[in-house]
Design a binder for this molecule. Structure first.
Ligand code: MG
Length: 158
């Protein structure tokens, strides 16, 4: 009846890249490096959704060796994962994402991120939680070398 999943992802922060988190462009001097748009939060969410149904991970479904996914908007990956979820007869109960970034300050973008994810997933906004934390300058996130994200989700059979 119920399935839970968790996901984790990390991308490196570099110059001359846009910063995309939860499908929202966040103004910053650095952006995340990756084959896709490197939206670390959506990637963690996709892995949680796939994990809940034991369908492997985002790298299996969208290999970074595949030129079709070069520079792709991660919202398209999330749409595809949601089609898989619904194709298996499940609906999201809720999802909860935590982004660990020293900079930039994300608090003012959180409502837009939640709205964006709810739109892409076709769920009510109160089923999608996005949180952000710094790591008190500790670790790679704290040194602003990268941003990490974790996600959990609950799926229910419909
Ligand atoms: Mg990734």
């Amino acid at each position: 009846m119920f399935r839970i999943g968790q996901g984790y992802d990390v991308h490196r922060l570099v110059e001359d890249r846009e910063l995309w988190l939860c499908g929202v462009r966040v103004p910053h001097s650095l952006g995340l490096l990756g084959h896709s748009d490197a939206d670390v939060a959506i990637h963690a969410l996709c892995d949680a959704l796939l994990g809940a149904l034991a369908l492997g991970d985002i790298g299996k479904h969208f290999p970074d060796s595949d030129p079709r996914y070069k520079g792709i908007d991660s919202r398209i990956l999330l749409e595809h994962v949601m089609e898989l979820v619904r194709g298996h007869g499940y609906e999201p109960g809720n999802a909860d994402i935590t982004i660990a970034a020293q900079k930039p300050k994300l608090a003012s973008y959180i409502p837009e991120m939640q709205r964006m994810l709810a739109d892409v997933m076709h769920v009510d906004i109160d089923r999608v939680s996005v949180k952000a934390t710094t790591t008190e300058r500790l670790g790679f996130e704290g040194r602003e070398e990268g941003i990490s994200a974790t996600a959990v989700c609950l799926l229910q059979k419909v």
